[in-house]
Design a protein around this ligand. Structure first.
Ligand code: SDX
Length: 430
């Protein structure tokens, strides 16, 4: 009997089954042999919200939630945050290795060649009300790219896949910036490939039309934005990445799959939390009112937004890095008084058994919004910034899924709880 196995006894029949253990998992399909009769379908695993289900094998991002460890392709997040750049990290996540200088130069050039969007896409953005949420605009315009690039459906051709990655990584900042400019009633500022990825994004957002020849980003703020992109680039099988994989499993073009990821990320329990954190801090207003809010959380009236995580049962390593970066940004911009509220909220929560017993710690969204606000972003743009960065992870995970021989179209089963075999009732008899 192999050591790496389970012996399962079905007490309904007295039969025993040996099920192999592979990498800390048992295959759900190995349960189907456990049946009470020949016409019995066999056992399934039941796991709502996939809390204990591995959906894939992946070599991209490693997380140890108990120890607060996060690594992209084996490199610790704190080393990448300190020493790398977003586009270099993007190359690493997509290709699996740090690039040589020629590889990085070509990667950056190819992406910059695709910053520009088709002029007709502007008509989609123009069609939104001024107060349309930019995540809704991003979802729509990324989905629209599917109609502009019909060649993208050749997803098993590596060169075609690579070109769509250049397009999406290159165009996300432009779509995001154009959505922002539209919401402000400002003319669009076209991309400037001479600037860095973050610098070009800042220019498209904040260059004064007509007022200045060339936008020069503040280097401290440019570095802070690049750092935030690094920290948000990938996070293994989170809700939005799983959505990209599920939609991608039916083999549409990557614009359809990424649009699904944007939709999932918009939710307040996921990427939308950074926007909710700022609203929560503003509602609390000052340190003296933090206790009252904590009491509301403990009464179950509200969640402490920016706290808690499905995987991290320790401090989210990204939150610690962002907290430090906030001080660097505030040294350049005005200090955000809400930082004191956030620090007090963390201090109280981390000493209160309600949170300690539930292993609720600050996550990536708790401090990021304070930096975004200091950089000049309205709260509605916070999740858009998350989506710009996470597009790299979504594409890498999508590509890995396409190459995984164990994968096929995602189609879960269900436990049926409804009526069966009913007879149609005519209206007069209802
Ligand atoms: C992201 O998955 C990823 O990797 C996501 C992400 C990424 O990079 O892709 O890291 C980005 O989405 C970060 C999470 C951002 N969301 C928030 O900050 C929203 C607030 N957090 C929660 O809604 C919650 O913590 C989740 C959604 C993040 C995780 O929820 P789980 O794993 O389903 O945990 P749970 O809801 O089962 O909570 C366990 C207990 C419950 O209490 P009891 O019912 O046992 O009494 O903890 C409580 C929950 O009520 N709880 C909270 C809480 N989070 C969990 N109570 C108050 N405030 C919270 N924030």
């Amino acid at each position: 009997m192999p050591t790496e196995s389970l012996t399962i006894t079905d007490n309904r029949t007295g039969k025993t089954y040996v099920v192999p253990i592979d990498g800390g998992t048992v295959k759900a399909m190995d349960l189907r042999q456990i049946r009470t009769s020949e016409d019995d379908f066999g056992l399934m695993a039941y796991d709502p919200a996939f809390q204990n289900t591995a959906s894939c094998r992946s070599a991209i991002t490693f997380i140890d939630g108990e120890r607060g460890i996060l690594e992209y392709r084996g490199y610790p997040i704190d080393q990448l945050a300190e020493r790398s750049s977003f586009l270099e990290v993007a190359y690493l996540i997509v290709h699996g290795e740090l690039p040589t200088q020629p590889q990085l130069d070509d990667w950056c050039f190819q992406i910059s060649e695709h910053y520009i969007i088709h002029e007709n896409i502007k008509k989609f953005i123009d069609g939104f009300h001024h107060d349309a949420h930019p995540m809704g605009m991003l979802l729509s315009t990324v989905g629209a790219l599917s109609a502009f690039y019909p060649d993208a459906k050749h997803i098993f051709d590596p060169a075609t896949r690579q070109k769509q990655m250049y397009r999406l990584i290159g165009k996300m900042p432009t779509l995001a910036a154009f959505a922002y400019r539209h919401s402000r009633g400002l003319p669009y500022e076209y991309p400037d490939p001479r600037l860095s990825y973050a610098g070009n994004f800042m220019a498209m957002l904040w260059k004064r039309t007509g007022g200045e020849e060339r936008y020069t980003p503040n280097p401290v703020l440019e570095k802070a934005l690049d750092l935030l992109f690094i920290l948000h680039a990938d996070h293994e099988q989170n809700c939005s990445t799983s959505s990209v994989r599920v939609v991608g499993s039916s083999q549409p073009d990557p614009y359809c799959a990424v649009a699904a990821g944007i939709g999932a990320l918009f939710g307040p329990l996921h990427g939308g939390a950074n926007e909710e954190v700022l609203k929560m801090l503003r509602e609390i207003g000052d340190k003296e009112k933090v206790y009252d809010h904590i009491k509301r959380v403990k009464r179950g009236e509200v969640k402490l937004m920016g706290f808690g995580h499905r995987i991290y049962k320790n401090y989210d390593p990204r939150a610690a890095i962002i907290k430090q970066a906030a001080h660097d940004v505030f040294a350049v911009t005005r200090t955000n008084p809400l930082l004191d509220v956030a620090i007090e909220l963390e201090r109280i929560a981390l000493s209160d058994d309600y949170f300690v017993s539930r292993k609720l710690y600050p996550n990536v969204d708790f401090y990021s919004g304070l930096i975004y606000e200091a950089l000049g972003f309205p709260v509605e743009m916070f999740t858009v910034l998350f989506a710009v960065a996470r597009t790299v992870g979504w594409l890498a995970q999508w590509q890995e899924m396409l190459g995984d021989k164990e994968q096929k179209i995602a189609r879960p089963r269900q436990v049926f709880t409804g009526h069966r075999g009913r007879t149609y009732v005519p209206m007069a008899e209802r």
